[in-house]
Design a protein around this ligand. Structure first.
Ligand code: FUB
Length: 325
């Protein structure tokens, strides 16, 4: 049991946490974060410092209740196909089962996405023996739509290897497009009815500006980098993500879960630390942003802490920008 959550304060301080995917399950708020290792290794652009080995689940009855750490719910040693780096996960619920989607490097060093199941939102989770066929890269985020179709969004540049999949096969030496070419988009696939495989091949999402022109690779204030999240508000799909090198959380909207998405603006300016990663969830009649920064370690990029704050919309459906404390 941990103290009452306060906006813009670390949810827990006994472990380092990041990449929070928040959901309301069984009337409570469940948070599925990465569990950052407390080590003193150096950083590189490949993200080797993010050497996570397990997942914990956090929950709160509400924002006036203490945070519960449900302990270790899945460990690397129990995932037959994975070799290292359990990065940003997400969870979903369908037909009595809870699903935990997570990226990890396989035994060839290639990032893939796996899935584990549980009868409880608090885990423990039992992994499938193999990664999801045709999956690649990182940062899965699952939207179960109102018609019960489930979409999985994923992909991340640099350490997340997305630029190495531009031809649909893994090209280890591939680099990103030229600055004046369209940026690489996140991927989306429809999940099968049992939520354990892709029903459709991953499709690249197009993110365009107000004139319908693709956001370009050199437009680092707006182009997709990693950490996709899709939520629905007033019939619109909101795709939010990190811009990576410019350290912002931004968003784009569409009438179709597969896009194209039209860029709208910034949700959160840069926080302390290199990465920024989030989720957006409705609890009762309010909306919340869960995010992380590196304040708990005074700026160490791989020792992060999960936080939350309220999120609100303008009359026209645009999201009001949030200023981190
Ligand atoms: O936590 C490891 C990686 O850092 C995540 O997968 C990215 O989104 C970034 O937050």
């Amino acid at each position: 049991m941990h103290k009452l959550p306060k906006p813009h304060h670390p949810l827990v301080t006994h472990i380092f946490t990041a990449d929070p995917s928040a959901h309301v399950f069984e009337g409570k708020i469940f948070i599925y974060p990465s569990h950052d290792l407390d080590h003193d290794g150096t950083d590189n652009d490949n993200g080797d410092q993010y050497a996570m080995e397990d997942y914990h689940v956090l929950s709160m009855d509400g924002f006036e209740s203490p945070v519960i750490d449900h302990g270790q719910v899945l460990h690397l040693k129990d995932i037959p196909w994975a070799s290292k780096q359990l990065w940003a996960p997400d969870a979903a619920f369908k037909a009595g089962t809870y699903f935990l989607y997570f990226p990890a490097r396989d035994h060839d060093g290639i990032f893939r996405i796996g899935v584990a199941t549980s009868t409880s939102p608090a885990g423990p989770f039992l992994p499938q023996p193999s990664y999801i066929k045709e999956s690649f890269s990182i940062d899965p985020a699952v939207l179960v739509d109102d018609d019960n179709r489930a979409y999985i969004y994923f992909g991340g540049l640099w350490g997340g290897q997305l630029e190495k999949w531009q031809t649909s096969t893994f090209e280890p030496e591939a680099v990103g497009p030229a600055a004046e070419a369209p940026a690489i988009g996140p991927r989306v696939a429809l999940l099968s009815a049992d939520m354990l495989s892709f029903q459709t091949a991953p499709l690249e999402i197009s993110i365009v500006d107000a004139n319908g022109s693709p956001i370009l690779a050199g437009d680092e204030n707006r182009r997709y980098f990693e950490g996709p999240w899709v939520h629905k508000y007033n019939g619109w799909y909101y795709l939010s993500y990190s811009t990576g090198t410019t350290h912002k959380l931004v968003y784009a909207i569409s009438r179709n879960p597969l896009g194209p998405y039209t860029f709208k603006g910034t949700i959160l300016p840069p926080v302390i630390g290199w990465t920024t990663h989030h989720s957006i969830v409705q609890f009762k009649d309010k909306w919340y942003l869960f995010y992380h920064d590196s304040s708990l370690s005074e700026g160490v990029n791989h020792k992060r802490c999960v936080k939350y704050t309220e999120l609100s919309y303008n009359e026209d459906g645009t999201i009001r920008m949030i200023y981190p404390d």
